[in-house]
Design a protein. Structure first.
Length: 566
């Protein structure tokens, strides 16, 4: 059997269990999302951890829909979850399950607890129960229904299932310990009445198990050996232990780890749902969201996400991970794998005065300098080009090495040009055209006399340019910890939304991109990494910016901080 390297504390525990023959040396993990929204980058950490550990120890990992709340669950979310897990590169094989597959078995377990005097039907309204439950520092009060005879609770529970009572009329509670400092142990709810159609079981049920009751039973029924959960479930573990011990059934080992918190975004499914429902973003796959669907649409490769998960590791310490680390993982992968192309986002017309007006030629451009096997491509060239507006200045600032009156620059792959003049709009003063002369001896971009030319700019042939729309995405929030800041300052989290998280520009790309396949990824030279949007096509090219070439945001933040200090 293959042995994993013990590179984190969870793998050390699993490796030791395998060595000692715990669970017969088997390793069975699971990823159990609730289908009440789309998966996000935080889920990717759990997916990667569970599937990787199963693979490393020759085990298996189940995908299970924890569908115990029909009010918030939809078939759309179930299909999206399956699609995202597959996209990340993981396959559950035949081990795809629903919590609702076990509803009948869970119901029988509940009846067994009632019969044993370990559960009772309670008729206290939720707001009254909150008072009875109390606070951690003081014992709670017992429900007046706590000691009703098991036969009476069993009869009521069966009538609950039969649909005799309205929502909220009564619940089934575990009889545990009303004096426990852990509030979750103070007679938690096991079943509640919900007259709602379920996406998987339809109208068969009108009572549904709570998450705490169902979750541990699902793991037990499926023979899960290592139940990997985030730290917020640590206080729930005593409840899980109590339920499994009372029933005397298979008991997985639960291990908690710190969830992923990423700066400049939110990971709360509740907040993400709100952003989607209120139209603050354009659906669950908006590239500004941390959802896997959004990251995929933005052009983030699944390999980069897996690499990022390996980089951050697994610990028990809650912390805020800088989104720059994710961006680094994305750049690192795309730099090695994304083909290069030239695009102009904010175009400015450039005319080469001494180039014949009707002539054109092609130059060979490198597809990926990191991968020699990627070869080259022909790029057409003619008298009129488009360059980036930022690549020309009438009065260049210090250390500006691009085009300016009298200055010489290199046109990438093509030749050397020297600026001879420019035209301006008489009303706005904006530069409309730049004029240059080229050195015919410099074809290919090399100076014939060995002179050094510091500036190199990219371009697109105006005669061959293909119009394109560029969606320039940036961070969704203006502060690193929007949820905490909103709570601390008593403000609505939407007040921290970045008004510049999406800018739309219209420009041109080289003709080789005219048939760019949806979701194909590119590095636009000197501009960043881009992805063809799923709605992109020959009639309307749309490119989403995946990530900049460098962390321009951090540089801006430093400048702002410096200005505040002065």
């Amino acid at each position: 059997m293959q042995r994993a390297k013990a590179k984190d504390f969870i793998r050390q525990i699993v490796a030791e269990d395998v060595r000692r023959g715990v669970f017969g040396g088997r390793v069975v993990t699971r990823f159990p999302p609730e289908p009440n929204g789309y998966l996000h980058i935080g889920h990717a950490k759990a997916i990667h951890l569970n599937f990787s550990i199963a693979r490393e120890f020759d085990g298996r990992c189940h995908l299970r829909m924890d569908d115990t709340n029909p009010v918030t669950e939809e078939p759309e979310f179930i299909e999206a979850i399956k699609r995202d897990v597959k996209w990340l590169g993981y396959d559950w094989g035949k081990h795809f399950y629903h919590a609702s597959d076990y509803f009948e078995q869970m119901y029988r377990f509940a009846e067994e607890l009632i019969t044993k005097g370990k559960a009772y039907v309670c008729e206290l309204p939720p707001e009254v129960w909150k008072e009875y439950r109390g606070v951690p520092e003081k014992p709670g009060r017992e429900s007046p229904f706590r000691n009703r005879p098991p036969a009476e609770s069993l009869d009521l529970f069966r009538r609950m299932r039969a649909g005799e009572f309205p929502d909220g009329a009564m619940v089934l509670r575990a009889k545990i310990d009303m004096s426990s400092p852990n509030l979750h142990m103070r007679d938690p709810v096991l079943y509640r009445i919900l007259h709602a159609e379920h996406p998987h079981t339809g109208k068969k049920w009108c009572i549904y198990p709570t998450y705490d009751f169902a979750h541990c039973l699902e793991d037990s029924i499926e023979g899960i050996t290592h139940s990997l959960c985030t730290l917020e479930f640590e206080v729930h573990r005593p409840v899980y232990d109590w339920i499994l011990d009372q029933l005397g059934i298979h008991h997985p080992k639960q291990i908690e780890f710190a969830r992923l918190n990423l700066s400049y975004t939110v990971m709360s499914k509740r907040l993400l749902t709100r952003l989607v429902n209120e139209g603050k973003v354009n659906g669950w796959d908006d590239p500004r969201l941390p959802t896997l669907a959004g990251l995929r649409r933005r052009g983030v490769p699944p390999e980069a996400i897996r690499n990022f998960c390996d980089m951050i590791g697994v610990t028990r310490v809650d912390s805020l991970t800088d989104v720059a680390l994710l961006e680094h993982a994305i750049r690192d992968y795309l730099n090695r794998h994304a083909p290069r192309a030239m695009a102009v986002i904010n175009p400015l017309r450039l005319v080469i005065e001494n180039y014949p007006e009707k002539d054109e030629e092609t130059f060979q451009a490198v597809n990926n300098p990191e991968d020699p096997s990627a070869g080259t491509r022909p790029v057409p060239f003619c008298r009129e080009l488009f360059i980036e507006r930022d690549d020309f200045r009438i009065e260049p600032p210090p250390k500006y090495h691009r085009l300016a009156p009298g200055r010489e620059v290199r046109l990438r792959y093509a030749c050397l040009v020297t600026c001879t003049g420019f035209d301006r709009d008489p009303e706005t003063g904006e530069v409309t055209t730049v004029y240059c002369r080229y050195d015919p001896r410099s074809r290919g971009g090399s100076a014939p006399d060995g002179r050094k030319v510091k500036g190199t700019i990219h371009w697109v042939s105006a005669r061959h340019a293909v119009p394109a729309v560029f969606k320039l995405y940036d961070r969704l929030f203006t502060v690193a910890d929007p949820a905490d800041r909103a709570k601390e300052e008593g403000r609505d989290i939407t007040e921290f939304l970045n008004p510049h998280s999406l800018r739309v520009a219209r420009g041109f790309v080289e003709p080789s991109l005219s048939s760019a396949a949806p979701l194909s990824r590119w590095q636009f030279e000197r501009l960043g990494y881009f992805c063809a949007d799923p709605d992109s096509g020959p009639r309307a090219l749309i490119f989403n910016r995946t990530v900049t070439l460098r962390d321009s945001w951090s540089r801006l933040e430093k400048k702002l901080a410096a200005s505040r200090d002065t």
